[in-house]
Design a protein around this ligand. Structure first.
Ligand code: ATP
Ligand code: MG
Ligand code: MG
Ligand code: MG
Length: 477
């Protein structure tokens, strides 16, 4: 099934079951505690938390999402994109567990000929929060699932709360079993390569009070109005139903991968490392295209920094595929062509977006050329003396003076069989930050935009992706 087909089936299914179809919100979230829209529920948070009365009892959407905390997984697991689409159905005090489980099971297992997604019941497993006997009973009753395909897990994976006092509750997740060729036979709790998580059902059932941590808080009681928030990964369903190996090979992503392969002359499937690079490029180019379409421009802070990192990682991956010449022209056009029927705004903004992308590429290729010369010299100096570790001050200078990203230095050092004196680098970074802070204090207001970091911290335990990247790497690029 083409991705557009899955989207249509999803919206038809929930639309004809009383859900108001809500268009995707921007990737740039309205929520000041989030850099990006990280889940389908983000635009509905005021209704789910009861801060604003919901204008409809049920809603459904296909939401554009960015999750930067998955960046290291991209290309290595089959299922993590920095950009992906989360299909959601939401109930605001309307149906609850039985409805959510019933709808999910019906849509997944109804045949494609009858408008469903056509999964074979035998391939589906579920996880539930270990004490959620109600959900377990419903899975047995509605889906006829045997005990052996229901796994009880603890709060780490199967409980939701914002990290603050407010709504909270157990989750139940649905997994697809790819079969013995992908791993051992132990269910989702044991192998997330064989058992691919496709859909998370969150039952907002309780009111939580104060607590000391994500999994340690007081339950004050049942919520008078219980809500449902679900999220199904559209790319995951696409790859599982398109009979390809991973989400980078689906119709909306594969053309970029093929373009990278054609430009480099390296065949996809011939070499593991090259394959990962092509998948990273396909993912990051798409994410960048979508971010820029939603108004983000490359920069040194916050959202712009994340975008810059995605762009630079793509350029870097192209170089590792042996392509030193600019390639964004071709790659972005491939992604535009694959995505614009689902998001016509891409075409509308494409001139601006491609200008930004090409400008960033040109600048980074210059940085790379300069930094690589310095790095090669440092590598030679280290190895000639029999050393195995690049000195921290060289690495610091590379990033500070030449704008050479740390992750790049680490990778290039590794390619030369060297490590990096990370402790010394970190010490120099801290020293520099302290200097910058003192400097900022003396020039009051000069760093006013640091408020964005305050906002991250205020997010507490909620999923605020990109924090790590900002904390450790804002000054790295
Ligand atoms: P995983 O454990 O596989 O990382 P998750 O538990 O972090 O997924 P949820 O937060 O439960 O994911 O999000 C709901 C659904 O969104 C998931 O079941 C999955 O189908 C999809 N999803 C989550 N993260 C990604 C991603 N990075 N790329 C593609 N789809 C994703
Ligand atoms: Mg995850
Ligand atoms: Mg999970
Ligand atoms: Mg999950």
């Amino acid at each position: 099934m083409q991705t557009a087909d899955i989207q249509r089936r999803w919206l038809d299914f929930f639309g004809t079951r009383g859900h108001t179809v809500v268009p995707s919100a921007s990737l740039v979230s309205d929520d000041p505690t989030l850099l990006f829209t990280v889940a389908g529920m983000v635009p509905f948070v005021p209704y789910l938390t009861g801060v604003v009365p919901a204008p409809y009892p049920r809603a459904t959407s296909v939401q554009k999402c960015i999750r930067t905390n998955d960046i290291e997984e991209v290309g290595k697991t089959p299922r993590h994109g920095t950009f992906f689409q989360m299909n959601g159905n939401f109930s605001f005090g309307d149906y609850f567990k039985e409805g959510a489980i019933g709808y999910a099971w019906e849509l997944l297992t109804t045949s494609q000929g009858d408008g469903g997604l056509g999964f074979d019941e035998k391939d589906l497993w579920v996880t539930v929060y270990k004490d959620d006997d109600e959900a377990i009973a419903l899975w047995k009753k509605i889906a006829g699932l045997p005990e052996g395909r229901i796994q009880r897990l603890d709060m780490d994976t199967n409980y939701w709360s914002t990290g603050q006092p407010g709504p909270a509750g157990p989750c139940s997740e649905i997994f697809f079993d790819r079969g013995p060729a992908y791993g051992a036979d132990g269910g989702p709790a044991t192998d997330d390569d064989r058992y691919v998580e496709i859909w998370n059902l969150v039952f907002m059932q309780y009111l939580r009070g104060e607590g000391t941590g994500k999994n340690d808080f007081e339950i004050l009681g049942e919520l008078p109005d219980k809500n449902i928030d679900t999220g199904m990964g559209m790319e995951r369903v696409a790859f599982l139903t398109q009979d390809v190996e991973n989400m980078y090979e689906i119709d909306q992503v594969r053309p970029v991968l093929d373009a990278a392969s054609a430009m480099s002359g390296r065949r996809y499937g011939a070499d593991h490392d090259d394959d990962v690079r092509m998948r990273v490029i396909a993912d990051h180019v798409r994410s960048s295209l979508m971010l820029m379409t939603d108004g983000v421009a490359p920069g040194n802070e916050g959202r712009g920094y994340i975008l810059r990192r995605l762009l630079r990682r793509s350029i870097r991956a192209m170089r590792l595929l042996g392509v030193d010449a600019p390639s964004f022209d071709v790659l972005f056009a491939a992604s535009r062509d694959a995505m614009s029927s689902a998001y016509p705004e891409i075409t509308e903004h494409y001139d601006r977006v491609s200008r930004l992308a090409l400008g960033e590429e040109e600048a980074f290729l210059r940085t790379l050329a300069a930094g690589t010369t310095i790095l090669d010299l440092a590598v030679a100096q280290t190895t000639v003396t029999g050393g195995r570790t690049l000195p921290g001050d060289t690495v610091f200078q590379l990033h500070d003076t030449f704008g050479f990203p740390l992750d790049l230095t680490l990778e290039m050092a590794q390619e030369n069989g060297l490590t990096v004196d990370r402790a010394e680098f970190d010490r120099l970074m801290t020293e520099q930050r302290t200097r910058a802070k003192l400097d900022a204090k003396s020039k009051k207001g000069a760093l006013a935009d640091l408020s964005v970091y305050g906002a991250f911290r205020a997010a507490g335990e909620t999923e605020f992706l990109g924090y790590d990247a900002l904390e450790t790497e804002t000054t790295v690029l």
